[in-house]
Design a protein around this ligand. Sequence first.
Ligand SMILES: [Zn+2]
Length: 379
Amino acid sequence: MHKPILYAALSIVSCCTVFLNAGEDDAAIAADDMIKNLLQRLETAVLAGDAEAYLANIDTTASEWATEQTNWAADLAEHTPEMFDLNLLPRVEVPAELNPSEHVAALRMTWQFPDGGERRVEFPARFTLDEHQNWHYAGEAWTSVASEDGQTIVLFLTDDLQEIAERITEMMPGIREHVDTGFQTHLEHPQVVKLYTDMGHLQQSIYLSYTDGLGGWNEPGEAIKIMASPRMGARRLRILLSHEYGHVATFTYHQDVAENLPWWVAEGVAELAAERYSGDRAREGTEAAVRAWAEAGALAAWEDMADFRETPSRLHGHVYLQGHHFVGYVSERFGRSARNAWVRRLASGDSLDEATLEALGVSFADLDGQWRASLSADE
Ligand SMILES: [Zn+2]
C-alpha cells in the first residue's frame, strides 16, 4: 500500500515552497483552508453513499477522469465505507505562484468497509479553482507525455517512469493500428494511458471496494490503466497495452457495450487483440489449459461468466483462457468480418442466441457443442 517512491519525488517539490514570499504564503494558507473544506464535503458525500454530492466537487474538465469518477462514485451506493478520511500531508505543494487557481498537495486517502480492514493510498493530488471561487478535486497531479501524432497521452507520477512513458508513446500507434485493423474500427479521440506503480492505488482508482489483483484496466470512456515499473520489458508492456486497447476497440461498437457484452467475450476479444504480442507459447498454453479443462469436465458454463460483478473469482482464469479460446475458434472458423459482426451484435444488446444465429448462421448451442467437440479432436 505504501509508496516510498512518492515521498522522494514530493520532497524535491516541497523544497520550493521556502521561496514563496509572505503574500503568496497567505494566499496558500487560505487555499489550504478551502481545500480542507472541500475534503470534508467529499468525505461526507462518500460516507452517505451520495454519488451526486461527491461528483459536484469533482473537476470534470478531463473527460476520462470525469468518466472514471462517475463510475467510482456509482459504486458508493452499493458499497458505502464506514470510514473514509482525506488528509493533506504537510507542506508538499508545488509553488503557489505558478498558478493561483491550482493547488497540488500529497493526499492521503484512508477507508474501511464494515467487513474489511483499513486501506490507505497516498499520491500527489491536484485541486482547481473554478470561476465561482469553488475548489474542486481534479485527481492525481500527473506528468504527461504525448505521442508524435498526439493520439496517445501517457500520464505518470514519478520521474523514474518517464522512460517507460515515452516508450509507450512510441509503441501505441503501432498497437492501435494493428488492433483497429483486426476489429475494423478506429478511435475518434486521443487515448489516455495512466501508469500506476502501486496496486492499492490502481484498485482505489477503480472504486473503493475493488480488491482483485490486476495488471491493467479499461472501461468505456476511461483511461487505459496499467501497473508499470521502471524496468518493465517491452514485451510485457505491449501485451498489457494491446489487451486494454482491445477493450477500447470493442467499446467503439456501441455505447452500452460494457453492459451488453458478456464478460468472457470482452476478455476473449482483448486476449485476441494481444495475441500478436503474447506470442506462440502463450497461445499453446491457452490451448493446453482449455483442453485439460475439457478433458476433466471442468469447463465453465458461459452464463456463469457473463457478468463481471457476478462471476465467482474461481472462474476468473476461465473468463480469459476459455473466452480467448472460444473467440479464437470463432475467428478461425468464420473469419474476421463475421467475428466482428458477432461481437458488434453482442455489444449492441443481442443475446448470444440472436447474435450467433444472425452473424454466424448457427445456434449458440450448436456452436458451443461444435467448439467442445473440437477440443477433444486431435490438434
Ligand atoms: Zn481485460
